[in-house]
Write a protein that binds this ligand. Structure first.
Ligand SMILES: NC(=O)c1ccc[n+]([C@@H]2O[C@H](COP(=O)([O-])OP(=O)(O)OC[C@H]3O[C@@H](n4cnc5c(N)ncnc54)[C@H](OP(=O)(O)O)[C@@H]3O)[C@@H](O)[C@H]2O)c1
Length: 326
């Protein structure tokens, strides 16, 4: 397959490019050359900017395009319209953040989505989900019946700069009592970037059309933590964590309070039927830890959405307060 990737050098796009090259696809990357430009010397590289600088894409043809770097409908429309007629299939990476609350356990792709309050908004942080939903509509309009709309859940694994999963294998590898959010049987949900990346390529090659929730099957938190290694886990009540002002999801990764728990219980039946496959969580944990050690990642990761990961001093304070109370 002749494959164009808009981006392709940071995390999910990077995993897709690796999967495509491993299959023997002929890959072209389009990006600004700012993020890891040394990667993939074997791929063709076109330089430009998605926002106003697409000329390098003109007059070319590809079997499919994967778009993991679209956040603003105006910008996504520009690439989709330019590529209409010159690529056979458009794979757009959207997000489970398109869904509106309240979430219902097992929700599928027909669940309601959020809408932009201000249609002119390009606030990619504040309006992330609604903007992704609007981008989805643009791609569906320009590539009817020739697009895959991939609503990704939490993506984890090597090269994840967000710290929202890496915290656990790293923390457990350090030993000592580990604060864990009760209950142990709560369900969490995430996908290894390499599994999702490979599926993006597969969906592009097979021209799988439609909208798909794309994450792992829900899995118990204690199973995930056991896969990260042996640990002395101290299960701490949700209310205690909330009373202490601990931030779900970011400050204490993978923790979602009961009222929003269904967000991590979406149905992935459609994507699995369309070929999405998952490696064992032990492999994800092991490889994530190896990568984190290699790059010297800390327990607290700085991201555009704030810090992720529990500061070790704060964890020690919380454990002491919890044990005194219990
Ligand atoms: N992480 C999660 O848990 C999660 C969950 C749900 C959905 N998602 C979605 O998954 C995707 C993750 O993407 P990724 O960042 O890992 O993709 P990626 O394709 O690996 O990296 C982003 C690429 O976009 C390029 N880029 C950025 N701005 C550009 C511009 N103005 N013009 C041209 N190229 C540009 C970057 O290169 P240059 O900087 O060199 O231009 C880089 O190659 C996103 O769509 C995100 O919303 C993520």
């Amino acid at each position: 397959m002749k494959l164009l990737v808009l981006g392709g050098t940071k995390f999910l796009g990077r995993a897709a490019v690796e999967a495509a090259l491993a299959r023997g696809d002929e890959v072209t990357l389009f990006n600004r050359g700012e993020t890891n430009p040394e990667l993939f010397p074997e791929a063709e590289k076109l330089r430009g900017d998605r926002d106003g600088g697409l000329s390098a894409l003109e007059g070319r043809e590809w079997d499919a395009v994967i778009d993991p770097s679209g956040y603003v409908p105006r910008v996504v429309r520009a690439s989709a319209e330019l590529l209409r007629g010159s690529v056979g299939h458009y794979v757009f990476v959207s997000s489970a953040s398109v869904y509106a609350e309240p979430y219902v356990p097992g929700f599928d792709e027909s669940a309601p989505t959020v809408e932009l309050e201000n249609p002119e908004s390009e606030d990619v942080i504040g309006d992330y989900g609604a903007l992704k939903a609007a981008c989805e509509q643009v791609v569906g309009e320009v590539f009817p019946d020739a697009s895959t709309n991939v609503r990704a859940g939490l993506i984890v694994g090597p090269h994840d700069q967000s710290g929202r999963f890496t915290y656990w294998p790293l923390r457990i590898s350090l030993g000592g009592p580990v604060l864990a959010p009760a209950p142990p049987e709560q369900l969490v949900q995430f996908v290894d970037v390499r599994d999702l990346g490979a599926w993006l390529v597969d969906a592009a090659a097979r021209r799988v059309a439609g909208t798909f929730n794309a994450t792992g099957e829900p899995i118990r938190l204690d199973t995930v933590l056991a896969a990260c290694g042996d640990a002395e886990l101290v299960w701490v009540d949700e209310q205690f964590l909330l009373d202490q002002g601990i931030g779900p999801w970011m400050e204490l990764p993978l923790w979602v309070p009961r009222e929003a728990a269904a967000f991590l219980q979406m149905s992935v039946a459609a994507a699995v039927a369309a070929g999405l496959r998952f490696r064992p969580v032990e492999e994800t944990a092991r490889d994530t830890l190896a990568w984190a050690r290699e790059v010297g990642a800390g327990l607290v990761a700085e991201t555009t959405y704030g810090n992720a990961g529990l500061d070790p001093a704060r964890e020690a304070e919380l454990l002491a307060a919890w044990l005194k109370r219990a």
